[in-house]
Design a protein around this ligand. Sequence first.
Ligand SMILES: [Zn+2]
Length: 130
Amino acid sequence: MRSSLERFAKRLEPIGCFKVSSTGRTKATRPDEVTALILDRQDRKERRVSSAIARVEMRDDPSQHARETIPDDVKLLVWQRDGGKCVQCGSQANLEYDHVIPVAKGGSNTARNIQLLCESCNRTKGANFV
Ligand SMILES: [Zn+2]
């Protein structure tokens, strides 16, 4: 039990969780403290990784990324506001979330900038949008 904890401690030493003294005794810390340090470290690492991934995706294709990430609550709000139908022709078929101002032109993923359009109205709009 103690020796496995020591091996564990030695593995953690290089990442700065705590020191193993020359006598082989761990100087740190109760197991719950160690666990907290480890979890905290993992949390930070995961946050770094996921924000790095987000940044890379944004850099690769900002419009594509933003387009894919209309928040669910915004979608729900827009759906309810527009009554679950195309705001132009009232069709309830092939509905799409449409950015009033395209993301590529600086439009945001807020309910104010998103409307429900059926596929054909959306295509027509896309062709005419200047
Ligand atoms: Zn329509």
